[in-house]
Ligand binder design. Structure first.
Ligand code: AGP
Length: 612
């Protein structure tokens, strides 16, 4: 959840670190800090609670710290409240070692007790300070930072990406990784570490991804890697195929709005590159269409919005393939003794590819013999690397904490996977298949048409931005889409909101509807439009103020009952959520804007959740 950046070269480190942290701020933003080895051989640590600007102002944009090697961190608190003391980097008591850390050290209490018994004292409540002190403890014994780090890694349990400075070794710093992302960036006469490539893309697109257990010693002209056996190794280089503009706002007020607008193009990249002569071609898939015949059950595992994609997927894949599909929250799946075996296909969905619960569920399913096919946006991420097969969503970097374009590309890819397998199983007719492909090919244009005319949505947002509580109701695919619409609204506008299957309302929730309660009625799922209408009437009878969403053909019918209606272009039924979700994203965005919320960095959240 936090962000790490490190630099060594001939330029001043502090401004480079601040710039990297700014690009990482979306990963965690309750405090930030940097440590630089100064020209007079001291580790200078500066850190501050709050947004990066507080730190930036404190050190005059980095100008007040001279030094060409350093590490930086932006934090999402786990151990200890967000304050100056708990912020990273953490310095050992003797001032020789500075550490930045992402992840959680599970046995830190025991290690802290050990160090206290050795006379060490602690300033912060963090697990990271324990790592810094333990490295200092071993460094005092052996006088070699790398050896001290190896000894510490043998003792610590949990997840970590670490950046480590040692005062006596100012020409290099050390990085280590286990279950938290970390990569090395190769520059001209300089080198970097980063938890996310966005931090360093301005400087280099030439990177190596660290694997679990690996350690690297990074100097300006060399990077030496070691494997988990502590033996020197060589690593392959990877080239990042997008550039810095993809990670910048490009004139938009927020990354979220930019990313909403990028959806048509992201779908084109993700879907069209896999359609040839009107047939789906998954060149990047090892799992053959034949193998699907032996699969007894499909599991879709994910968290948050990626899980919501899975809920749509359950409806669509079962409908297309006529095979049982279970959609599971990763955080529940890993502890429920799941009925997964070697006849199971597990589809793991994750934008970041680093979500810890999703990763743990993947490992659980793999250990039980399942085949793991993941749908991931970040190339080289942990989930991608541990899966048997990966389909990448080509959404490009997604910076806003609230996902939009990653959701849309996951959705289209999952629909296509369902159609591909259904075809292999002989469950779709040629006409059905052709129709869906034709509609997929029209989808980005229809989405563009929607994005060109958003005045209605702005108007509805201005009508409703003062609501305290909102209900999204719908049936079948509308219910699945409502889950995402509701999450978007609550995460960025802080309005309490719930998504309910319309038919379930009268089993309890309808008691919450009172005069003026906003109900967003989703009626884009054509087969159940009439049923959706009766639920609209029910909530209206209890005083609800209804804002409805329906396909163009049903707008007139909907307007007989509801004054405020958003129209969505029609597509194939299974693809309808891909279009329906767009106004819900925009509604959430404009409501949050009118409420003055920090849209790209909502409170208490982080882009990638790498803790349990
Ligand atoms: C959605 O807007 C959220 N930011 C969140 O629910 C997210 O989808 C979830 O944390 C899963 O992330 P992942 O796709 O990177 O695994």
């Amino acid at each position: 959840m936090c962000g790490i950046v490190g630099f060594v070269g001939s330029e001043q480190a502090a401004p480079i670190l601040l710039d990297g942290l700014e690009r990482l701020e979306y990963r965690g933003y309750d405090s930030a800090g940097i440590a630089v080895i100064s020209d007079d051989k001291k580790i200078i640590v500066k850190k501050a609670k709050g947004r990066l600007n507080v730190l930036r102002d404190m050190i005059n944009g980095g100008k007040s710290i001279a030094g060409t090697i350093g590490i930086g961190h932006t934090r999402w608190a786990t151990h200890g409240e967000p304050n100056d003391i708990n912020a990273h980097p953490h310095l050992s008591g003797d001032g020789k070692i500075a550490v930045v850390h992402n992840g959680i050290i599970e046995n830190y209490v025991e290690l802290r007790d050990f160090l206290i018994s050795q006379g060490y004292t602690f300033k912060s409540e963090t697990d990271t300070e324990v790592v810094a002190q333990l490295i200092a403890f071993y460094y005092a014994e052996c006088g070699n930072a790398l050896e001290a780090v190896f000894r510490v890694l043998r003792r610590i349990e949990g997840a970590y990406a670490l950046g480590i400075l040692c005062i006596d070794e100012p020409e290099h710093f050390i990085a280590a990784r286990k279950d938290a992302p970390l990569l090395i960036g190769y520059g001209e006469g300089c080198n970097f570490i980063a938890s996310d490539v966005t931090a360093i893309i301005k400087h280099t697109r030439d990177v190596s991804y660290m694997e679990d257990g690996e350690v690297a010693v990074i100097s300006a002209d060399k990077v030496q890697f070691y494997n988990a056996m502590e033996q020197p190794i060589e690593k392959a280089h990877n080239t990042i195929d997008w550039d810095v503009s993809a990670a910048e706002k490009g004139g938009y007020a927020h990354f979220m709005l930019k990313e909403i607008m990028e959806q048509p193009e992201a779908i084109r990249k993700t879907a069209f590159s896999r359609i040839r002569d009107n047939r789906i071609v998954f060149e990047d898939l090892k799992f053959t269409a034949e193998q699907i015949k032996d699969v007894s059950r499909i599991f879709i595992i994910a968290c948050g919005s990626s899980y919501h994609v899975g809920v749509v997927g359950k409806y669509n894949l079962e409908r297309l393939m006529r095979k049982p599909v279970e959609v599971c929250l990763a955080s529940e799946f890993r502890y429920c003794d799941p009925l997964v075996d070697d006849k199971s296909l597990v589809i793991v969905i994750s934008q970041s590819g680093e979500t810890l619960d999703t990763m743990a569920a993947l490992r659980e399913a793999k250990a039980r013999g399942a085949y793991i096919l993941s749908i991931v946006n970040v190339v080289g991420s942990s989930i991608a690397r541990e899966s048997d097969d990966v389909l990448y969503t080509w959404a490009g970097p997604e910076i806003a904490v609230a996902t939009t374009k990653a959701y849309s590309t996951q959705l289209i890819l999952l629909d296509m996977l369902g159609l591909y397998f259904a075809d292999a199983l002989g469950k779709v007719s040629k006409d059905q298949y052709d129709d869906i492909i034709e509609q997929i090919l029209c989808l980005p244009d229809k989405m563009e048409q929607m994005l060109e005319d958003i005045e209605d949505i702005k108007h509805f947002a201005s009508n409703y931005f003062n609501q305290n509580s909102v209900f999204f109701i719908g049936r079948n695919l509308d219910y699945a889409m409502g889950l995402e619409g509701s999450l978007k609204l609550k995460e960025i506008s802080y309005i309490h909101s719930e998504a309910y299957a319309s038919g379930e309302l009268k089993h309890g929730t309808i008691s919450l509807i009172e005069d003026g309660t906003l109900v967003i009625a989703l009626g884009t799922y054509e087969p159940l439009f009439d049923k959706a209408m009766s639920n609209v009437v029910e909530v209206q009878a209890r005083g609800a103020d209804v804002l409805a969403l329906t396909i163009e053909n049903n707008v007139a019918e909907m307007k007989k009952t509801v004054e405020n209606v958003i129209s969505v272009p029609e597509t194939h039924t299974i693809l309808q959520p891909s279009l329906g979700v767009v106004p819900l994203q925009l509604f959430a965005y404009y409501v949050a804007l009118l409420r003055g919320c920090d849209i790209d960095k909502p409170r208490n959240l982080a882009k990638s959740v790498t803790v349990e």
